[in-house]
Design a protein around this ligand. Structure first.
Ligand SMILES: [Zn+2]
Length: 240
């Protein structure tokens, strides 16, 4: 599928007041921003979070806090047993979490095998169950270097599959941040008053983020580029 086609599928979200959408809410800053973005567009948002045995399950507490603050319906599904199948990733297996830049090739070890297809499948099923026609997820341009299941080609292909997964056109997949940088997401979120202090991004899963893993580095960089300060308290003081 050509990029132009994928782009037209995914850019922007039409304003359809009170239409139901399921958003995959990880507890991180991208999906929290997406949630507020959809609410700002007057969507009737229902959130889904999944415990798949991730090291950073601390993010599920963050997801709960974010959904509560936004006063929306939130499902957390416990699928910890599938961790047995998700081998080779630092996030689900006994593999050290790498430090360094988010786009460094060493970060490939943080890829959870086929995670987003699994999560999007569940979101599609939930959407059908509650009569929603749309699933939204927060893949963005910064993810493309390392994460195959965040790339435009993947999103376009999943969109096709999800349209075919049920009667009457199935479910529409939207990824409005697909071509945006994380700094632009931060700027958007600050405008929408996303409670970034409640979000959790770190791969370590420790109570306080370390400020040194790839995703912490990326987050801090995004705030800096956006000309803002990350309100989250970090373990390490020598953060970039
Ligand atoms: Zn970290």
């Amino acid at each position: 599928m050509g990029n132009a086609v994928v782009k037209s599928y995914c850019e922007g979200i039409r304003i359809m007041p009170n239409q139901k959408a399921v958003v995959l809410l990880s507890g991180g800053m991208d999906s929290a921003t997406l949630l507020y973005y959809l609410l700002d567009q007057k969507w009737d948002v229902h959130a889904l979070s999944v415990h798949y045995g991730q090291r950073h399950s601390r993010e599920l507490i963050a997801a709960t806090d974010i959904a509560r603050a936004a006063n929306i319906q939130h499902e957390i599904v416990d699928l910890r047993h599938i961790k047995r199948l998700l081998k080779g990733s630092s996030q689900t297996d006994d593999v050290p979490v790498p430090e360094g830049h988010y786009e460094d090739p060493s970060m490939k070890v943080t890829v959870v095998p086929n995670r987003n297809m699994i999560l999007l499948s569940l979101a599609a099923a939930m959407a059908i169950g509650i009569g929603a026609k749309t699933v939204a997820y927060a893949a963005h341009a910064g993810d493309h270097a390392i994460y195959p299941d965040c790339r435009p080609e993947f999103v376009g292909a999943m969109r096709t599959v999800m349209e075919l997964c049920h009667y009457d056109g199935g479910v529409e997949l939207r990824a409005p941040f697909l071509h945006l940088s994380k700094a632009t997401i931060v700027k958007t979120g600050l405008r929408l008053k996303v409670p970034y202090e409640s979000t959790y991004t770190c791969y370590s899963g420790r109570e306080r983020p370390d400020g040194t893993c790839g995703t912490c580095v990326e987050r801090l960089e995004a705030f800096k580029l956006a000309g803002a300060t990350d309100p989250v308290e970090y373990e390490a003081k020598e953060t970039k």
